[in-house]
Design a protein around this ligand. Structure first.
Ligand code: SAH
Length: 235
């Protein structure tokens, strides 16, 4: 089954962009996923092909029009399309690995990329858009956010990662940040690889990795640590 991504944007030339190299690019060439970039401007209603207008109530910048966007969405995602409709938005639910995994198990996604000050609220409601944020900062448009989301999803699609188990051991999958990694040379600028990792004792290695993952999470991400601790203590 192919994961179908449709991106609505004023800059379709930004796609597939970085999604056409490495794992994601090979997976697209193999038909594991598909990507269609739809030019929102093609759905404009006037001869100037305008997609935005001044904000009601005044203020700086421009707002994307509900009527134009509705036409674009209805074209890209007609009734009966079971794919979730996402709006990249700094006001959205923060993107998590759990949501990425949920998307990867579904049929695809329709992703609207905002520009300017954002989009008319009535469109978000009328087309049941799910707002998703990639972090607490403001991008100039939703396109880089859509690329981040798709990159995270595509690597989880069946057959994309060479080693299927590697996806399960990473940061966030266990609720913890990942332990430090090392590889040859054994000594780099007088720094050695921790002895335990070269001991061949798999139980001790697993214990060391878990302890390091817990330490890093406690130090760097108290928010994740509290959730993890509560889940662990309930076991
Ligand atoms: N005035 C808006 C920001 C608009 S930025 C506000 O203050 O909330 C223009 C577009 O970039 C947005 O419509 C959205 O699609 C995208 N964007 C900006 N930051 C983002 C983020 N952190 N996550 C996801 N999309 C973002």
């Amino acid at each position: 089954m192919t994961f179908r991504a449709t991106v609505l944007t004023l800059y379709p030339e930004m796609f597939p962009g970085p999604l056409d190299v490495s794992l994601a690019g090979r997976a697209r060439a193999a038909g594991t996923w598909s990507l269609e970039a739809v030019q929102i401007r093609d759905f404009a209603l006037d001869k100037h092909r305008s997609v935005d207008d001044t904000p009601a109530g005044g203020g700086a910048g421009m707002v994307m029009r509900a009527d134009v966007l509705a036409r674009a969405i209805d074209y890209a995602s007609p009734e009966g399309d079971s794919r979730p409709r996402l709006l990249m938005s700094p006001r959205g639910t923060p993107l998590t690995q759990a949501f990425v995994r949920e998307l990867a198990q579904g049929p695809g996604a329709v992703i609207l990329c905002g520009r300017f000050e954002g989009i008319d609220q009535r469109l978000i409601e009328a087309r049941s858009l799910q707002e998703v944020s990639v972090g607490d900062y403001i991008l100039s448009g939703g396109e880089p956010a859509a690329i981040v989301l798709l990159d995270a999803v595509v690597r989880l699609l069946p057959g994309v990662m060479g080693n299927e188990t590697s996806g399960m051991e990473e940061s966030f999958e266990s609720g913890l940040l990942e332990h430090p990694q090392y590889t040859r040379p054994q000594i780099f600028e007088e720094r050695e690889i921790p002895d335990v990792l070269t001991s061949g004792n798999h139980r001790r290695i697993a214990e060391w990795r878990l302890a390091e993952a817990e330490r890093l999470t406690r130090e760097r991400r108290p928010d994740l640590w509290h959730v993890y601790e509560r889940a662990r203590d309930r076991k």
